[in-house]
Write a protein that binds this ligand. Sequence first.
Ligand SMILES: C[S@@+](CC[C@H](N)C(=O)[O-])C[C@H]1O[C@@H](n2cnc3c(N)ncnc32)[C@H](O)[C@@H]1O
Length: 311
Amino acid sequence: MGHDKLRKFAENETFACLLQPDASKVLDKTGDPSEGLKLHEHPIKGHWNEMMFHNDQPIVLELGCGKGEYTIDLSRRVPERNYIGVDIKGARLWRGAKTATEEGIGNVAFLRTRIEFIEAFFGPGEVSEIWLTFSDPQLKSENSRLTSPLFLGRYRKFLRPGGIIHLKTDSRFLHEYSKAVALENGLTILAATTDLYGSKGVFPPATVATLGHVRGGTAGKAGGGVRGADVERGEYSLGTVRGKYSLGAELFEVQTFYERMFLSQGYKITYLAFTIDHDGPYKHPETFDSDYWRSIEGPRRFVHSPASSQR
Ligand SMILES: C[S@@+](CC[C@H](N)C(=O)[O-])C[C@H]1O[C@@H](n2cnc3c(N)ncnc32)[C@H](O)[C@@H]1O
């Protein structure tokens, strides 16, 4: 391991805002592995506000936060909410935790864990919203996709009723897949666009039409679909925060590291917001044409070294 990484890992130990539990303490290795993951509950589960933030504000997660720029930026803008960035890479989390510590930002924390273990850390109703920002589309492995039925089942265990999942991605494959999962399962789609910045000024209304080709017959049957009233308001609030708060501002003004990188290469940024309206089980989207959407994913250039790139 390089000297720089060792230095960051050592400094990570000193950050009060960074929780990095030993994976062996979270994963219960007893029992039959074919029965899925068995996890030990972490002591902070259900107690983030009491143990970390010392307030009772709504909690927002960013899963796969990388260096945590988005989490940090949101926490600076919206002090009346608590933000937690989650990632498995300690050297990346170091950047966010260092900034939060140096600036003394009290409403931000970071958690180093695999997202697969996330339910070990949050109790029922503890989280108000989840941001998935430029997640790996996992073209070949559905169960590794962060919007798959498997992951929605995990989120549902701690997302409060009506809590929102936001997905911002350059991957049309992941956007269409996630929309199809939401529709297949009758979940309410609050907003969707396949070109966030191209639709600035007209979004959300113009984007409602883009849902047509994936709706299929299942959305109506399941009682979900698009909530027109929510998406047609010019500047709209998703109503999850106390006080005045416009989602429009964070959507367009706060950009992640990968977002800036892909925008500079001319890729369109997509956005989807939906709620998990019922306890599942969540179904695989039968109507999603994965071969087609996979075939149109273009190549990406990464400014990271290959060793640090996830995609
Ligand atoms: C493509 S990067 C995006 C980083 C950041 N959200 C951004 O937009 O700049 C994906 C991040 O997700 C993290 N990640 C991917 N799969 C993960 C998993 N299963 N558990 C925890 N972190 C994961 C990677 O370490 C990486 O930092």
